[in-house]
Design a protein around this ligand. Structure first.
Ligand SMILES: Cc1cc2nc3c(=O)[nH]c(=O)nc-3n(C[C@H](O)[C@H](O)[C@H](O)COP(=O)(O)O)c2cc1C
Length: 486
């Protein structure tokens, strides 16, 4: 007896729709304009025709992206509104099956420019998961993330997690199509666009570390790239900085650790309150300065002396790794200590007010002790960087010179595994204390800044975020007046 023929199953193509991200709602203002609002906060989005505003109501549940691609006047109007909402980070995208209308995946943008795109895949293509992709529990959701991706994917259908598990090894699309229960080409194409998947060609081997990205990416360990992107601004949408997120749940730790109960050896008898040397005095006098005297700005000569004292290359030499064993490598010596003498840190100066030096972005060439203008940086980006630092300091005006400390990541990760990024941050600490002491010694003022936008810096310099990027900042200038410490 012949086995009954398997009925061909009709492929159901999932639909991609855009909606407000759940925190905001659209409101019509008294002047007829439209705004996205939450509590007392609202974002004005401009004026639209009554038909467009009516259609925009669909943004509460989901407006199909296919509609926005339409040529009608109303489609174009709504498209303008949706792009505005996207730039303010107020949207998410749902991929759902038209049959059940249940979400398969919800895409949460992590960068303002994110717009869901499908990178086309054919049956002959082979794809594999990026080694930077990870699934984790967030609240009661399962989320798929990657420091390389411009968006996070909330996985609503467990079958997708099973497909992702299969993608831990290279898979041909034709094979996936045959074997995977609920094959979802649209999702794979969205994941490919977000670099959560990557395509392998026949010459690229088995999709392991060396097959993904350029040499700079190969050198990154997974946890280091996650740490870099999740502890800075620009490539993530999580709350960041002094948010006191769990103040209601956990009490603060004391400012000074309570003593151990063992025998105490009193050191006061060996100490005096007054500094006993010029260096001890310098340490006592050091403090953060956040407001600068723009009538008497720092001069180019002072800036040159500051950089000379703190950061210039003093000598260069070649040796084996750890100065003996290992491959031969070129090294330099500079005024501050650095892990493995790698000196991966670079200084980029945003100059707002320095006598004798034009406003703009400069790189400090530490070998040649020179400032090199980076002409391509847009005034808007420079202003944004400067304003963010001013905001972080709660200062009245911009820093006269804002020093962005960037790391050439590969310089240190070429040698160190697992600890590369932590060494970079430690190096930033040694450099920042050097800056503080030099500024104090010169009668200048400065302040370290804890948060920085890595994507903005990438736009300013044109360097990809994983190649060379900011890891610290220091505002420098002539202080307006002596500030109280703290
Ligand atoms: C790593 C680091 C990050 C900092 N970030 C900021 C910041 O973002 N904004 C700010 O106003 N001060 C910042 N500061 C300065 C500290 O607030 C300051 O050092 C501290 O309050 C002690 O005060 P003092 O430096 O005047 O002694 C930072 C300091 C360090 C070392």
């Amino acid at each position: 007896m012949r086995a009954p023929r398997k009925k061909p199953t009709k492929t159901i193509v999932p639909v991609l729709a855009v909606r407000l991200n759940g925190f905001f709602s659209l409101q019509i203002q008294a002047d007829g304009g439209i705004a996205a609002a939450v509590d007392d906060y609202s974002v004005n989005l401009g004026y639209y025709s009554a038909v467009a505003m009516d259609r925009a109501q669909d943004l509460t549940t989901g407006l199909q992206l296919a509609f926005l691609a339409g040529k009608s006047t109303v489609a174009r109007e709504v498209d303008v509104l949706v792009r505005r909402l996207a730039r303010h980070g107020l949207l998410e995208y749902r991929l759902f099956s038209p049959r059940g209308a249940q979400d398969l995946v919800v895409i949460e943008p992590q960068i303002p420019e994110y717009w869901p795109q499908r990178a086309r895949l054919g049956n002959a293509d082979t794809v594999v998961l990026s080694r930077f992709a990870y699934l984790r529990r967030r609240g009661n959701d399962m989320v798929l993330e990657s420091p390389r991706a411009g968006a996070l994917f909330r996985i609503c259908d467990p079958a997708i997690a099973a497909t992702l598990a299969e993608l831990s090894r290279p898979q041909k699309i034709s094979g996936l199509r045959r074997h995977t229960g609920r094959f979802n080409l649209e999702l794979l194409e969205l994941l490919l666009d977000s670099q959560i998947l990557f395509k392998l060609d026949a010459k690229m081997g088995d999709g392991l570390r060396v097959n993904e990205g350029d040499g700079n990416l190969v050198l990154w360990d997974f946890h280091d790239l996650v740490f870099h992107t999740r502890s800075t601004e620009g490539r993530q949408a999580n709350p960041l900085g002094g948010a006191f997120a769990y103040a209601d749940v956990v009490s603060p730790l004391p400012a000074v650790r309570p003593s151990w109960s063992g025998k105490k050896i009193d050191l006061e008898t060996f100490s005096t309150r007054e500094p006993t040397s010029a260096f001890a005095k310098l340490l006592h006098e050091r403090h953060s300065t956040r407001d600068f005297d723009d009538e008497h700005p720092i001069t180019l000569a002072e800036l040159a002396r500051f950089l000379d004292m703190t950061a210039r290359v003093l000598s260069q030499w070649t040796s084996g790794g750890d100065f003996g064993a290992g491959p031969e490598l070129a090294y330099s010596t500079r005024p501050y200590p650095a892990a493995g003498s790698a000196y991966e840190l670079e200084l980029y100066l945003t100059v707002a007010n320095c006598e004798g030096l034009a406003q703009g972005l400069y790189h400090y060439d530490a070998g040649g002790h020179a400032l090199v203008a980076i002409g391509d940086a847009s005034a808007q980006h420079l202003q944004a960087l400067s304003a963010a630092a001013q905001f972080a300091m709660d200062a009245a005006g911009p820093a006269q010179v804002l020093i962005t400390i960037a790391a050439r990541f590969g310089r240190i990760s070429w040698k160190y595994s697992a600890i590369a990024y932590s060494l970079i941050l430690k190096d930033v600490g040694t450099l920042i204390q050097t800056f503080y002491l030099a500024a104090t010694d010169m009668g200048l003022g400065g302040c370290a800044i804890g948060s920085i936008n890595i994507d903005l810096f990438a736009k300013m310099t044109g360097i990809e975020f994983h190649v060379e990027g900011p890891v610290g900042q220091f505002a420098l200038g002539r202080g307006r007046k002596a500030e109280a410490p703290g």
